[in-house]
Design a protein around this ligand. Sequence first.
Ligand SMILES: C[S@@+](CC[C@H](N)C(=O)[O-])C[C@H]1O[C@@H](n2cnc3c(N)ncnc32)[C@H](O)[C@@H]1O
Length: 245
Amino acid sequence: MRQGGFVAADDEARELVECSNGDAVLLAALVDRRMNGEPLAWITGFSMFCGTRVKVSRGVYVPRWQSEPLARSAASRLTVQGVAIDLCTGSGAIAKVLTATRPQSRVVATDIDEHAVACAAANGVEVYLGDLFSPLPQELKGRVDVVVGVVPYVPTRSMALLPHDTFVFETVLSYDGGDDGTDVLRRVIGESPRYLRSGGALLLELGGDEAEILQDELQRNGFNDVTVVFDEEDDVRGIEATYGR
Ligand SMILES: C[S@@+](CC[C@H](N)C(=O)[O-])C[C@H]1O[C@@H](n2cnc3c(N)ncnc32)[C@H](O)[C@@H]1O
């Protein structure tokens, strides 16, 4: 594993050994898969996210540690018996963190990919198959504390800059945000006011100049208190905004 240039080679090797359950032939096959660039989570079947073990099936987006602050912040905005929506849920990692933090709340999620929906359901998430808000129960309209999403936001022109392995193993559906990266983000900003209660929050992961590009869109749709979230390297990682009031 060290020869493969993996950052945490020893940890990864330990996980693969555990997963092989003492079967040397299986272990060799697992190491082979990893050396070919397959995500570790697909091989072991799980990933840790905010300290929670999340099942991740083959083909489903692996939750990133960079999204953990967004998940934690969304959880802090969810009231004890409130309602949250996790759009584009993938494995359901964010929804799972929300439920773990507020066990009495109702957390619903959607994804357009049936494999992701099956995976999120296996993680115990109330998940619906379909485009953004469209498959959600109508009764949630106007009642939601938090809409959170790690939606596709990579500008189409930048897709080629993603690591080579990305599209050997993952689908463009998880990444492609259209021309300037904001196609799906704009739709979420436009559609979430139908679901949010006044004072509810919208939290979205994004990058580059997208927060700036979306300022007018947010205002036009009734959002205020817009905060741009930066990471430790001072790169833009997301926005948080309050609806109405
Ligand atoms: C970047 S992944 C994020 C997954 C998850 N939220 C996480 O952080 O681990 C984006 C997800 O959005 C889903 N997706 C893409 N377009 C969608 C749409 N229009 N409606 C619902 N889900 C969509 C993809 O299938 C993928 O699972």
